[in-house]
Design a protein around this ligand. Sequence first.
Ligand SMILES: NC(=O)c1ccc[n+]([C@@H]2O[C@H](COP(=O)([O-])OP(=O)(O)OC[C@H]3O[C@@H](n4cnc5c(N)ncnc54)[C@H](O)[C@@H]3O)[C@@H](O)[C@H]2O)c1
Length: 327
Amino acid sequence: MDIKRVLVADAVDAACVDLLENNGVQVDCKYKQTKEELIKNIKDYDALIVRSDTKVTEDVIKAGKNLKVIGRAGAGVDNIDINAATANKIIVLNTPGGNAISACELTCSLITSMARNVIPAAASLKAGRWDRKLYAGHELYGKTLGIVGLGRIGKEVALRMQSWGMKTIGFDPIVSAEEARSFNVESMELEKIWPLADYITVHTPLIPQTRNMINDKVFTACKKGVRIVNVARGGIIHEKDLLAALKDGRCGGAALDVFEQEPPKDPITLEIIQHPNVIATPHLGASTSEAQIRVAVEVSEQILALIGKNKQYTETPGIINRSVLGK
Ligand SMILES: NC(=O)c1ccc[n+]([C@@H]2O[C@H](COP(=O)([O-])OP(=O)(O)OC[C@H]3O[C@@H](n4cnc5c(N)ncnc54)[C@H](O)[C@@H]3O)[C@@H](O)[C@H]2O)c1
């Protein structure tokens, strides 16, 4: 594939640019462009690399007269109009797995922090109080963790939380019961998970089937006081229903890294963030130096594989719309 000029539109680790330039590709980094600027600039480039900030909408794609590839340094591609890209024969690829360990480790630290009230207790001590009784917690040992989505991150979370003595149960439409058992997760339908789980963590993409998956009905079906974690995508948990469940005690706590709108402005989301039983982080799942280098290198390696000149790079595991290649 003939890729000579690449536009990097979001701040991706320098390893991305270095690898492409070392292979003779011209790279321009233009961050925080307005939509109009991006539409004006995109026509000069054969490939576009983004993280989650740049919205690659249909009009951007149509303006990309020379565009052949859109690379997402990261996992979620909900900021890219994949249908429009496919219709215009533009490959969309991501870096599956590059940030899985980082997202998994954040999930596990949120679960353990929730169990022992680490965040509010530390804030209280910093504010000069000594509230030992207020912040008594509970053990995770012997508790049940329900994992919705047993892909890369869900599986890693299961393996780590098992070492805390948690029983792990889960559901994934494409992971068989046998495969789940191989990493000690008992597979069961969602309706069976709800009343059994002390903690529920979601690790699915945001797709029509998962949007608002955790809603009022689910909170009512859950164990009273269930704790819920979302380091996947905003919109999987129905925020209005979560707030209601936090208020009436059906949900005993939530740890959220992602929100329906980011940065959050909706009054309901802001009230959730302020709730005393909520830990909220600003989409930090992939924010580690290791993950950022890994996804930067992986996106460049795949573009080099598509160019096909350096025999060291041949794999394109992240292509999402393979039909564009006629495969
Ligand atoms: N917070 C962050 O910064 C951050 C970082 C990395 C990944 N993520 C997000 O985490 C999520 C999981 O990432 P991953 O790398 O594990 O993806 P993955 O593709 O490896 O796994 C996702 C799994 O969800 C399953 N799934 C799909 N629909 C389902 C449903 N209705 N019920 C149950 N399971 C369902 C799929 O079959 C798949 O196995 C994605 O949404 C990704 O965007 C967030």
